[in-house]
Design a protein around this ligand. Sequence first.
Ligand code: ADP
Ligand code: MG
Length: 714
Amino acid sequence: ESMEGQKMQEFRRSLPSFKERDALLNLISRNQVVVVSGETGCGKTTQLPQYILESEIEAVRGAACSIICTQPRRISAMSVSERVAAERGEKIGESVGYKVRLEGMKGRDTRLLFCTTGILLRRLLVDRNLKGVTHVIVDEIHERGMNEDFLLIVLKDLLPRRPELRLILMSATLNAELFSSYFDGAPTIHIPGFTHPVRSHFLENILEKTGYRLTPYNQIDNYGQDKMWKMQKQTLRKRKTQIASVVEEALMTADYRDYGPRARESLSCWNPDSIGFNLIEHVLCHISRNERPGAVLVFMTGWDDINTLKDQLQAHPLLGDPSKVLLLACHGSMASAEQKLIFDKPEDGVRKIVLATNMAETSITINDVVFVVDCGKAKETSYDALNNTPCLLPSWISKASARQRRGRAGRVQPGECYHLYPRCVHDAFADYQLPELLRTPLQSLCLQIKSLQLGSISDFLSKALQSPEPLSVQNAIDYLKMIGALDENENLTVLGHNLSMLPVEPKLGKMLIFGSIFNCLDPIMTIVAGLSVRDPFLMPFDKKDLAESAKAQFSARDFSDHLALVRAFEGWKNAEREQNGYEYCWRNFLSAQTLKAIDSLKKQFFHLLKDSGLVENVERCNTWSRDEHLIRAVICAGLFPGICSVVNKEKSISLKTMEDGSVLLHSNSVNAQEARIPFPWLLFNEKIKVNSVFLRDSTGVSDSVVLLFGGKVS
Ligand code: ADP
Ligand code: MG
């Protein structure tokens, strides 16, 4: 055995879960359902599935066993399987494999498969009894993601039909009782762990300690994103409004008498609706200059603000010698090379700073973290059932999340946590986050319930751990009927069946299907990939005019953000062919990383459509039509009923949707610059509710297109 291998085995034996190995295996062999809880990093995800595999091999049942371990995020499924394969001294795809949306590494001898929860649900579509599977491990159940809650209903139903199947639920937090009682009092086991104490600093202490002053000026951030933050207050739904107002009230009545006058004055300037990039930068500088060695983990809300901060930190030499800082990002769409760096210890004298989303809260453990910076927010999808409008907004985290973030600093030695909000705000947080099933639209989920033949949608969802509001369920059913995925009796149509096989939202799936039928798949795949990855057009706040005119060039005055995306993407492909991709992106305010992601997603869509028989042969791909009218029609087929009427007035354009009345265009849309829009309708993919309703990307279409492709016009 190599040195490396020995070290790895030693590391495995040092994990808290190792002491519980026999107890765990024993409990699993004697019970159909077991709930395992334990401190993040104790070895649940990487070790427990391996213990089962090892014990099955020891019992000479290795060849017969098939263990599936689900992860809420694709990136964890991939990185965990890689890690476990390495610990076993194997390559991925031998006994250990993974499968995520449109991608996988799995061989004939694979016995332990890490997959996303969505993949297991998809498998249940074609294999209701999970034939041949011996163990299902559902990881990170405490996150209460929609797919996980859904999977639990299905599995609960399946267990009596498969008495020998074992189900193991794993959770980081201690509310194991909830899951245990859902499964009729299944036994729970807790893996005791040890963490070092972590000292909390709240905003008032940070200001006092570092001498930093908040002023109305440095609370204004540099990027357009922050406009959204500032407007957020008015947009919050009832539940959130309660939290926001609790925060506000806490601020009004807070008692800062123990703090100096400067800290007090600073606190009065603190802007709770903005993410304080300058403050974060200042805290990072403070740590770099004054604190002992140790990695820093910064919790941000998402990919976009991570990038913004990364740019800001790289542009300013405030952090000191750049060769002494290793700045890394950790989020769902990072490259796997970057991932490895996150776990590695940097050279002596170099400080590792990881900018992460709440993914680093429980699913990824970076052992050498000593300092945590917590901005107090996370992006969560929420859903406004009354207006049928999904929103993705940063909102305050829960007390449980704050505790979890803090704990990340105490893995190897006592740590420090900098919470960038006052203590009174923390005390106003909710105890736990609301489960996703109760705050997001349910369309894809309802489609899956139907294709899994689970009976009436409402009856099924009433069996959940916590059931969604009947109004949300009804909205989803009505939507699916409207787009033709369900018939009047709530049965799946042919279209609905096809949509349920595609791993994208129903409206995007419908675009792919219509794009194949009408032979304009290539540009449609670009649009769908763009809508499911993220917007490649960058809009830096300080260069917004330049960025807007760069984007306008791609629109060629055809009143479509979606067509602009197609042109920008195709221009980039051409530039790539001539090795000019980066320069092209730089010149046109495009994100090369996003365009690459779109490119690879397109390839995956293509294979998927080919496998499902919707596309026949590859040769025709090159001759696929780029007929603009056809593309508009297919966009309409997908996005309808996301439509608003256009009336050009003398000095303005009036836009109206059925549900919201007057709406506005998001300033990033090419149509927002126009004085007139010569189309009676605009289709849109997404609306965002900030004090008014804003439409993001939009495309103009004619009456006849809406009549022919808009489904039922009511
Ligand atoms: P849990 O699931 O209980 O949170 P994990 O099994 O994910 O714990 O992690 C156990 C240990 O293995 C942690 O110390 C973690 O840092 C380490 N670890 C996990 N993945 C990797 C990796 N890819 N590279 C290096 N160390 C890892
Ligand atoms: Mg884990």
